[in-house]
Design a protein around this ligand. Structure first.
Ligand SMILES: C[S@@+](CC[C@H](N)C(=O)[O-])C[C@H]1O[C@@H](n2cnc3c(N)ncnc32)[C@H](O)[C@@H]1O
Length: 381
């Protein structure tokens, strides 16, 4: 498909620009309204907005100027810049940028997540199918022309099975695609986030081999978010690599040792602001409890949030009486994922719950990013 400007005029109209960025025309219109793409060169050519090829090339080049940066703290120019693959609504990106890294782009193929990301960052996320390895490498290449940004990302995780067991689903394969993209661009470091059960999967082992064959020293650690400044028990596997054995080991040690000695509870994080001592979290089955106290970390925030069903049978492990509990709101759940209050989500309630449940907690990503800065993972031997 043709993705350039009109050959006669050298201009991009909305349709051409949508093709170039891999998004819908409606996304271009909302990006234009929010100012997350440069202003049009003219607003009235054939009745619509157009952008010059120079404007768009400059915007897409790695050094593009921030149009606005509502949540991004000022970044530290001595650090490598960052590309976030499978960026979702941006939990991992926000944690890294809060630590001082400049994230230059996110990539995901979920339209609502891309829009949400673009609502909240000064750089853009783009709609890209990372399953199409050849297409993805082509699309990512312009970001690796003048410099080599580091790559972070959390490939989707539902389809892992233990090594040697049944065939894994298509989405497990995306972990290998992440590794192949890293092996192609050879960034100064990479960080991959997966669910903890990925550790024993065929796809994960294959990915590790791809990283090692590309010359990386690779380490991995399962972290529990509740020891990383997040009021939530959520175990995630972080795999990372750089070109120095020493720095990679140093980072592993820092990630082990810097964890807090106690877990963060909901009360630690919210104080009394929730106005309740207990809350309801719908269990996968009634064999599990559903009532939690604010004096413990929340259980893992998943992608669904249900009201209390009539006839909830209760569970002997419930932390308090059902009459004193309420379900948490979508935004409270986002805050448990340590998204800031002013983070703006886009989409239906179901969609937003899903992207919140998918995200890497911002503070957990920040914990990892700060340890990377201290260990200077990007320095090679
Ligand atoms: C675990 S979530 C990532 C969460 C993200 N790191 C964050 O912190 O918010 C996985 C993401 O992979 C995306 N995804 C799934 N298949 C994809 C594909 N073929 N190409 C690009 N993104 C894909 C999903 O839309 C989802 O946002």
């Amino acid at each position: 498909m043709e993705t350039g400007p009109d050959t006669a005029t050298g201009l991009y109209d909305v349709k051409r620009l949508a093709r170039r960025l891999g998004v819908k025309t409606s996304t271009i219109r909302s990006m234009k309204a929010r100012g997350t793409i440069p202003p049009p060169t003219s607003n009235d050519i054939n009745g619509g907005a157009v952008w010059s090829a120079d404007t768009i090339n400059q915007f897409l080049s790695v050094d593009k100027t921030k149009i606005n940066a509502p949540l991004t703290k000022s970044s530290n120019r001595k650090l490598p810049r960052i590309i976030d693959l499978f960026s979702g609504c941006g939990g991992m990106s926000l944690g890294f940028s809060n630590a001082g890294f400049e994230v230059i782009a996110g990539f995901d193929n979920w339209e609502d997540a891309v829009i949400t990301y673009n609502n909240n960052f000064g750089h853009s996320a783009y709609n890209l199918d990372l399953d199409d390895l050849e297409g993805a490498i082509k699309r990512l290449s312009p970001f690796f022309v003048d410099e080599c940004p580091a790559i972070i990302g959390g490939p989707p995780c539902q389809d892992f099975s233990s090594a040697g067991k049944r065939k894994e689903g298509d989405r497990a394969d995306l972990t290998e695609k992440f590794a192949l993209i890293v092996a192609h661009f050879k960034p100064p470091f990479f960080v991959m986030e997966n669910v903890d059960r990925a550790e024993k999967s065929n796809a994960f082992m294959q990915a590790k081999k791809i990283f090692s064959d590309a010359g990386y020293f690779v380490e991995q650690i399962v972290l529990n978010a509740s020891y990383c400044g997040v009021p939530q028990r959520r175990k995630r596997l972080f795999t990372f690599g750089g070109f120095s054995a020493e720095k990679t080991k140093e980072l592993l040690l820092a990630l082990k040792n810097n964890q807090s000695s106690t877990e963060t509870t909901i009360r630690d994080y919210f104080g009394e602001t929730l106005g309740t001592q207990y809350y309801y979290r719908h269990p996968r089955s009634y064999a599990r409890r559903a009532i939690f106290s604010i004096d413990e970390p929340s259980p893992t925030i998943r992608g669904v949030n249900r009201p209390i069903p009539e006839g909830y049978p209760g569970h002997r492990g419930d932390a308090g009486p059902i009459e004193e509990a309420r379900p948490l709101t979508t935004h409270e759940r986002a805050e448990i994922q340590t998204f800031p209050k002013n983070f703006v989500f886009e989409g239906s309630k179901t969609t937003v719950e899903q992207m919140i449940g998918n995200a890497v907690p911002v503070n957990m990503a920040n914990y990892v990013a700060k340890a990377i800065i201290r260990s200077r993972l990007w320095i090679s031997d």
